[in-house]
Design a protein around this ligand. Structure first.
Ligand code: SF4
Ligand code: SF4
Length: 306
């Protein structure tokens, strides 16, 4: 008979093996109906980011990244993936941001240096100016990754740039615009692609209080974790690499909302806790904000909230 841990492993492996069936039902239906003439156009800008989220997006599986940006959407601009560069890129970005190129979704990766606009410039204009203008023309925005949602690592205590996420950026300017937060450092490709297709073809997915789709962020990592039984039985790992609940090694699964235990990463190969590494709370709004809470810490600090 399968125990809970092995059952969850088997379920995740099966859903990955079947590829598209891993998508939420409304998204599956939408993908089948997509008409190439009405593909959603995406402008993907980067603020203060390490490009890790872009790299993660390229790990998409079933549909592949190439299909996602050609058959299921039109990636009109991305600094790393677009064939255009220099003036041509700027003209393209400006055509969309000014509203002349039609409807589009803005995807932003990375945080915004609100107290140091010159720290993030595209062409000769601060990113902040593009974002202010885009609020008047875009259909909606998707904040890709914890940095774009909440500031993330660039907003760590002591940073001089005043790094913030997109929602806060608009709030400070009294701009009321839909921003869907896809947290994670880096993001899971499913979380982003499925949200974009849902937005365009199905409508706004139901959001959590933190502005993230409930499809992926409704439950805590802890309550879906295959080691939850160990937690209840107080079977704790004392060293990295050991079996047992990782709470005493600082696991932040109890404070983090994400579906990693059932979705898994790298096309269903594994995820943090099954790799014997504590959840470091990368999908939490408070990720990496406080110096006193490092990613990995000793047992006595484990009960601190992030
Ligand atoms: S504390 Fe971490 S390892 Fe333990 S059950 Fe919760 S999420 Fe899993
Ligand atoms: S388990 Fe935690 S640290 Fe790992 S990817 Fe998910 S939210 Fe991030």
């Amino acid at each position: 008979m399968l125990d809970r841990r092995n059952f969850l492993k088997l379920a995740a492996a099966l859903s990955t093996a079947f590829g598209i069936s891993n998508l939420p039902a409304p998204v599956q239906a939408a993908l089948k109906k997509i008409n190439p003439a009405t593909l959603p156009k995406i402008i993907y800008l980067q603020g203060m980011s390490c490009t890790g989220c872009s790299i993660s997006l390229l790990q998409a599986n079933a549909p592949s990244p190439a299909a996602l940006i050609t058959e299921y959407s039109q990636l009109a601009f991305h600094a790393d993936l677009s064939a255009t560069s220099g003036k041509q890129s700027l003209n393209l970005i400006n055509a969309f941001i000014s509203g002349k190129a039609g409807e589009y979704i803005l995807a932003l990766e990375g945080s915004i240096p609100d107290q140091m606009p010159e720290a993030c410039v595209i062409g000769d204009k601060p990113l902040a100016k593009y974002l202010e203008e885009a609020a008047r023309t875009m259909t909606a925005a998707v904040a890709v990754g914890t940095c774009a949602c909440d500031g993330g690592i660039p907003a760590a205590e002591g940073n001089p740039t005043g790094a913030i996420g997109l929602r806060e950026f608009y709030k400070r300017r009294n701009i009321d615009k839909l921003v869907v937060n896809i947290r994670g450092c880096s993001v899971h490709p499913d979380w982003v692609w499925h949200t974009i297709v849902h937005l365009v073809k199905v409508g706004l997915p139901e959001l959590t209080d933190g502005g993230s789709p409930k499809l992926f962020y409704a439950k805590k990592v802890h309550e879906q974790c295959p080691r939850y039984h160990d937690f209840q039985q107080e079977i704790f790992a004392r060293n990295l690499g050991e079996k047992g609940c990782l709470f005493k090694l600082g696991c932040l699964g109890p404070d983090t909302y994400a579906d990693c235990p059932t979705r898994w990463w790298n096309s269903g190969q594994n995820w943090c806790v099954d790799a014997n590494a504590p959840c470091i709370g990368c999908a939490s709004p408070n990720f990496a904000r406080q110096k006193r809470i490092p990613f990995y810490r000793l047992a006595e600090a484990a009960t601190q909230k992030i």
